[in-house]
Design a protein around this ligand. Structure first.
Ligand code: NI
Ligand code: MN
Length: 226
């Protein structure tokens, strides 16, 4: 699976011949000025919650690509209310077979409202598999014991976890989370973008290494194969 980073928590993953994009926040991201939002290709846009730093560019990119927006019911409704109807609503615990692979929506511990004040439902994460590899994209979340449920149904090859602290887990809790989900390769997200979430990259990587884990911190517009 080819993984590309667009800054903050926004990644695209090429899976099953499709490109799925997570939590696009680019045009307001000072660190991602070089990214051309209108050049981003996506067949699907997965949204974990409604906060601006996860949804700011979702409608633009969705319209540009006629991408299917996947999120919890209330997020799907918000897009429908903007006259964007290519949506797939899910709710926590549910699985759905898409053309690229199978997805489970899982719990996250956070909050969720749109910048216009409308309710975004509960925050979520996603576990996604093409049948050969499986990954977990947690969204913004605290460490939670519910993560221990994930390996009961899934064997996670790599996971996207927040490490920035203040709004989400910090590095120490992200390491515990990677133990809970039984995964040794973590791609860090939700750090450095704005105040409160600055992270010392070297120290973060060393901390993960000491726990026998690999932390990958990608450069914006970098692509890796996983
Ligand atoms: Ni958030
Ligand atoms: Mn956030």
């Amino acid at each position: 699976m080819e993984v590309k980073y667009y800054g903050h928590s926004c990644f695209s993953v090429h899976i099953g011949g499709k490109t799925i994009l997570f939590d696009p926040f680019i045009s307001f991201n000072e660190l991602a000025k070089q990214v051309d939002v209108n050049a981003i290709k996506a067949d699907y846009i997965f949204l974990t919650h409604a906060h601006q730093d996860h949804t700011a560019d979702a409608l633009t990119i969705a319209k540009n690509n006629n991408a299917m927006v996947v999120g919890i019911w209330e997020i799907s409704q918000w897009f429908n209310n903007q006259n964007y109807t290519n949506t797939h609503a899910m709710n926590i615990g549910g699985f759905w077979q898409f053309d690229f692979g199978k997805v489970q929506m899982v719990k996250a511990v956070h909050s969720s409202s749109f910048p216009d004040g409308s309710y975004g439902g509960n925050p979520v994460g996603f576990v996604i598999t093409d049948g050969t590899k499986t990954f977990y994209y947690s969204g913004d979340t605290a460490l939670t014991l519910d993560m221990q449920l994930i390996p009961l149904r899934h064997s996670i090859d790599f996971a996207f976890l927040p490490i920035g602290n203040n709004f989400t887990m910090d590095i120490t809790d992200a390491i515990t989370a990677s133990n809970f989900i039984q995964c040794n390769h973590i791609i860090g997200m939700h750090y450095d973008t704005f105040g409160y979430i600055q992270v010392n990259h070297e120290e973060a990587i060393i901390q993960f290494n000491k726990s026998g884990k690999i932390l990958t911190l990608m450069n914006i517009e970098q692509t890796i194969e996983l």
